[in-house]
Design a binder for this molecule. Structure first.
Ligand code: ATP
Ligand code: MG
Length: 484
């Protein structure tokens, strides 16, 4: 680690962060900590983004107050994570995450803490100001203090191959800075004097547009392979370059990415592709060698050209998703997966159709086979897979004009995503009349409760579905018969 780095303090007049740029709730938390004699810094992506003139996604705070002290200080505080080591301070429309300085971190655990926290692990919000700590809390506090006293350098627990497994120790501000991933993510904004504290050379890398690990990249990526994906995320998001040694280490260690757990890799890959620069990121991932071990089957398929053409639809689908995100239209995880793997899945569906399965069952089988391929590396949650299957299945349904059961189609959970998927497909191959427009209007009429809205027969017919033909056939077979 970069422990020989000089600490640099950039005074308030020499950087661009001012309190007015921070979230008022973030400022409240920082000030309250300060008033009670604690160190309080803004840290991580918030500082980085403010310095770059970008709007931060969230504001993380770091302090020397222990979680139990935080709980006493803030009545709107929940301790979260496997060992209640993080505090979430809840406000009306915002959560400020407050962490106690740490000497090192099991990043996998940190990621889990930052993501969905199982209900049983969260504590109920106290209605009244927090009471005196329970005996158990007191014991935990004492344990923390003991650990700090006996802590001579970071006692990182690593597996034989150097992956960080566990740590338990709170640390100093400097230790907290150097255990972070990249230099540009380790800057502190100090509420006491509005300065920036830089332990790791992050300001210079920020000026030069460089993503550089703190310390030896081979060691840092071995400790936590997900940092390799994060390097690409930040480079792509900020338009930065990956510093040469950091990049070389990714090239050398990309094959170890699967040491991270499949659920965590799913979360990281999703973040990566949904930040609005998915296409560029996808190219960077393929180029860096990280894509292949994550999606071996899909990558092999990508490398095989189809009819002498590369599979260009993947890139186009991601560009389309980026465009939607850029316009502020949300892209859900199932839609992203359906878009990205659409052509690949369609090929699988066609194979199952060739084996004699009817369309819906063929789609079910294709999605199940896809899930099986992915499970060892990137595990997509079941509910997401079900939605992907529905998005694909609904594409057949869209081709038929609704008749009386159109309402059922619109009411399906996956309707919006399926419609967006159809929009992408229509952009790829523009039809004479848009089916997506037709269904959009139909859904709007349903939402307004226009029960007797004239069934847009002309539109439906013009929208070129197979229905037109089938209807004629039926009429011929059952002239004047009862409605279907
Ligand atoms: P974003 O704007 O995408 O939220 P961020 O930098 O805030 O970017 P987070 O995932 O929210 O990223 O993490 C917050 C901070 O925690 C990071 O800036 C970094 O300092 C630290 N961190 C997160 N993940 C790791 C990791 N795997 N290893 C080391 N430090 C990490
Ligand atoms: Mg963040």
């Amino acid at each position: 680690m970069n422990t020989n780095m000089e600490k640099v303090i950039i005074p308030r007049g020499e950087h661009s962060i001012s309190r007015s740029l921070l979230s008022p709730n973030g400022v409240k938390v920082l000030y309250k900590l300060r008033e009670h004699g604690f160190i309080a810094y803004l840290v991580g992506g918030g500082v980085r983004d403010l310095l770059l003139g970008r709007e931060p996604k969230d504001f993380d705070v770091v302090t020397d107050a222990t979680p139990n002290q935080l709980k006493k200080l803030f009545r709107n505080c929940r301790l979260i994570g496997r060992r209640f080591r993080l505090a979430h301070i809840h406000f009306h429309d915002e959560i400020i995450e407050v962490a106690t300085f740490r000497s090192t971190v099991d990043a996998a655990e940190a990621a889990q803490e930052a993501e969905a926290v199982p209900e049983e692990m969260t504590e109920a919000l106290p209605e009244e100001p927090a009471e005196a700590p329970s005996e158990a809390e007191q014991l935990a506090d004492d344990r923390d203090r003991r650990r700090r006293r006996h802590h001579h350098g970071p006692p990182i627990l690593k597996s034989e191959d150097g992956m960080v497994l566990r740590d338990n120790v709170f640390g100093t501000p400097e230790e907290d800075a150097v255990r972070r991933d990249f230099t540009v993510n380790a800057l502190f904004y100090n509420i006491a004097d509005f300065s920036i504290i830089d332990h790791v050379g992050g300001m210079e890398d920020l000026r030069n547009g460089l993503i550089r690990t703190i310390g030896d990249p081979m060691v840092r990526f071995t400790e936590d392979p997900v940092r390799m994906i994060r390097a690409i995320r930040f480079a792509s998001m900020l338009g930065f370059n990956i510093e040469a040694r950091t990049e070389a280490a990714i090239e050398a260690l990309c094959g170890t990415i699967n040491k991270a757990t499949p659920p965590r890799l799913y979360e990281e890959v999703l973040k990566l592709l949904l930040m609005g620069a998915g296409e560029r990121t996808y190219q960077m991932m393929r180029h860096s060698g990280l894509f292949e071990p994550l999606f071996p089957h899909f990558d092999a398929w990508l490398s095989r050209e189809s009819d002498c053409y590369p599979h260009a639809r993947v890139g186009k689908a991601l560009e389309w998703a980026d465009d939607q995100i850029g316009q502020g239209i949300p892209v859900t995880p199932p839609l992203l997966i359906a878009l990205m793997f659409g052509e690949y899945l369609e090929e699988k569906v066609a194979q199952f159709r060739d084996e004699g399965l009817p369309p819906q069952q063929a789609t079910d089988a294709a999605v199940a086979a896809f899930a099986g391929e992915l499970a060892p590396t990137v595990s997509v949650p079941n509910r997401v897979l079900v939605a992907v299957r529905d998005i694909l299945n609904m594409q057949h349904r869209f081709q038929k004009t609704p008749g009386r059961n159109g309402r059922g189609v619109v009411a399906r959970l996956a309707f919006r995503d399926a419609l967006q998927y159809l929009r992408f497909m229509e952009q790829l191959t523009p039809p004479k009349r848009s089916l997506a427009d037709w269904w959009e209007r139909f859904a709007a009429q349903q939402a307004e409760g226009v029960e007797s809205a004239p069934l847009p027969k002309g539109e439906a017919a013009a929208a070129e579905g197979p229905k037109k033909k089938r209807r004629r056939k039926r009429r011929r077979r059952k002239p004047g018969g009862a409605p279907e």
